[in-house]
Unconditional design. Structure first.
Length: 261
């Protein structure tokens, strides 16, 4: 029999499979070859071998029923019987509708409101029906993960810090890479700079740092400095020589070298 709600038929047919054994003045009915768990329901009518109608008050197993009132006929076994779906199609339809509403409640209160439970790398919070190990995962408070093939490719922490192989594989434009290369070429390798003056390669520069590089309280510069007309300063050449410079008002910088014993 097909179409019953919760295993029961919706075609209103009576159920007569197998036989029953009944006992006078007892509410117990025992079946043989019956499937009452899926084929009957509490509240339906049991038509006994005595031709009387009884209400099914409990379905204990596929082969055990409890009826009310107690069986009035004579004790007998291997008897024909019938179960009549007295409450009919509408009751079964209502039961189906109630089950559907109950099952939809979780959808209504969760994804229906844009709320998704925490997932895992192999089953993300938001995933495809045919690809369940790829999607967006919400593993915990203030954490967002991008998952592919069951692996975390990108994770964004509460402070916005990204981690994962995704950040390591971000492409850069040709212009950006060229700028990086040019900057690297303009930098001075640490191995090429010594502790003595004038050891910065002639084709390199240190920008403003070069004009702030001084030696002690005497303010003797170690490298060429920027100047304005009227400035006078000393540049350190060695422990026995200083180069004195004057930036004339005519814009010309004039130099003399002082030698010390």
């Amino acid at each position: 029999m097909a179409g019953r709600a919760g295993g029961k038929d919706l075609d209103m047919a009576w159920y007569r499979a197998g036989t029953v054994s009944v006992t006078n003045n007892s509410s117990a009915v025992t079946g043989a070859g019956t499937a009452w768990v899926t084929a009957a329901a509490v509240g339906e009518t049991f038509l006994g071998p005595d031709g009387q109608s009884y209400e099914i008050v409990a379905i204990n197993s596929a082969t055990s029923l409890t009826i009310a009132p107690v069986y009035k006929g004579s004790t007998a076994s291997a008897q024909s019987y019938a179960i009549m779906p007295t409450q009919g199609y509408l009751r079964d339809l209502a039961a189906q509708a109630a089950a559907l509403v109950n099952s939809y409640q979780a959808v209504r209160d969760g994804p229906g409101q844009g709320k998704f439970s925490a997932g895992t790398a192999t089953a993300p919070s938001l995933r495809g029906a045919a690809d369940e190990n790829t999607g967006i995962n919400l593993p915990g408070n203030d954490i967002l993960q991008l998952i592919t093939a069951g692996l975390v490719r990108l994770q964004i922490a509460a402070d916005g810090t990204p981690t994962g192989v995704f950040t390591e594989k971000l492409p850069i434009s040709t212009a950006t890479q060229t700028a990086i290369n040019n900057l690297a070429a303009a930098c001075v390798a640490v191995a090429n700079v010594g502790s003595s003056p004038a050891e910065v390669p002639s084709n390199q520069h240190l920008g403003a740092l070069a004009f702030l590089d001084t030696l002690g309280a005497t303010q003797v510069t170690q490298h060429p400095r920027d100047s304005r007309p009227g400035d006078v300063w000393h540049e350190w050449v060695s422990n026995t020589q200083l180069r004195k410079k004057f930036h004339g008002l005519d814009g010309v910088i004039r130099t003399i070298t002082e030698t010390y014993a």
